[in-house]
Design a protein around this ligand. Structure first.
Ligand code: ADP
Ligand code: MG
Length: 314
């Protein structure tokens, strides 16, 4: 089976939308953006052995490749519409492509995203996805709007994916719930969209909460204080890791794909209501302060930083 058969396989399964004038099959896609909206574009690449263990199931790779991109749009408050997919494959393996599409297209369908084009090449296993979406002009959530005195919030739970990776690297059993969070992250698209006009800044947690908050601090010219013992933890994480062992993946682990949002402190009830209206959970984890950088502390107010020598969560 060659490149063109693979592309035909992809085209046969890809869904479309009314605003796709021409999808897979021509030299380029022809798309009709809605009037009055800003186009929001994100791209992320997943390389085998770097961004996922080589033995990850194809359907999980497919899901995650799209999820990490949808998460970027969620962090902007945008709704996704179209995506393109660049697949680099060691061989024209239909079993892999079929499995990959199972995960990729299941998530695409959930968010009404049409796969409108891409590229298929031979090479080491690598997946690059671009997502296009829209936001009402001027309403995007950016990293540069955090104000001193604002609250810092996190959606969902933090640390599950890093905990799964740590269990996997240590050679032990990987808890199924934690593994699901690593392989099938949930992009918080509806939450990001609902927070337009409420959040002053937003970022998705991909590299670890404290690192990602550092980007918000730099962009906004502020500092944040985070209570590492206030970070939302799943039941599975609480059972598998306690105390300091839990703080490390929660505060520094990557791959959560939750939203970290900043909102004025007089909007607390609104943030909770808006989150509830889209079935999302949000937890207040810190505040924006008049000092540069990210400071973490424990529940009893003692300054906290990740212990040296912890390399699991890089
Ligand atoms: P070209 O040589 O003009 O770049 P290709 O043979 O690469 O054309 O692609 C043919 C069509 O198939 C194009 O519409 C392209 O967007 C689409 N396509 C190729 N690979 C993929 C893929 N992995 N996923 C989705 N569409 C793809
Ligand atoms: Mg091409």
């Amino acid at each position: 089976m060659g490149e063109f058969d693979l592309i035909a396989r992809i085209r046969d399964r890809a869904a479309t939308r009314a605003d796709v004038i021409l999808g897979i099959g021509d030299d380029a896609a022809l798309l009709q953006p809605p009037a009055g909206m800003q186009l929001v574009v994100a791209m992320d690449t997943l390389n085998a052995g770097v961004h996922f263990p080589t033995e990850t199931a194809p359907a999980d790779i497919g899901w995650k490749a799209l999820a990490v991109n949808l998460s970027d749009l969620a962090a902007m408050g945008a709704l996704p519409a179209w995506c393109t997919l660049s697949l680099s494959l060691p061989d024209a393996n239909t079993t892999f492509v079929d499995g990959f599409l199972d995960g990729f297209l299941a998530l695409a369908q959930q968010h009404d995203v049409a796969l409108v084009g891409g590229d298929t090449t031979r090479g080491p296993l690598s997946v690059c996805v671009t997502v296009h979406g829209f936001v009402e002009s001027g309403t995007a959530l950016r990293r540069d709007g955090a104000q001193i005195g604002d609250d810092v919030w996190a959606s969902g739970t933090l640390g599950d994916a890093a905990a799964a990776l740590a269990q996997w690297k240590s050679g032990g059993d990987v808890d199924a719930a934690l593994r699901a969070r690593l392989n099938r992250p949930t992009p918080r698209v509806a939450l990001g969209h609902a927070l337009r006009g409420i959040a002053t800044a937003c970022i998705d947690v991909s590299d670890g909460l404290l690192a990602d908050l550092g980007h918000v601090c730099n962009a906004s010219g502020v500092g944040v204080q985070v209570d590492v013992d206030a970070l939302p933890a799943s039941e599975a994480l609480r059972i598998a890791f306690d105390g300091e062992a839990r703080r490390v993946p929660q505060a520094t682990g990557g791959d959560d794909y939750e939203l970290c949002l900043i909102a004025p402190s007089n909007m607390r009830a609104t943030v909770q209501q808006v989150a509830a209206s889209v079935d999302a959970r949000v937890t207040r984890i810190g505040r924006v302060v008049d000092r540069q950088g990210v400071q973490a502390h424990t529940a009893d107010g003692v300054a906290w930083s990740a212990p040296m020598g912890w390399r699991h969560f890089d």
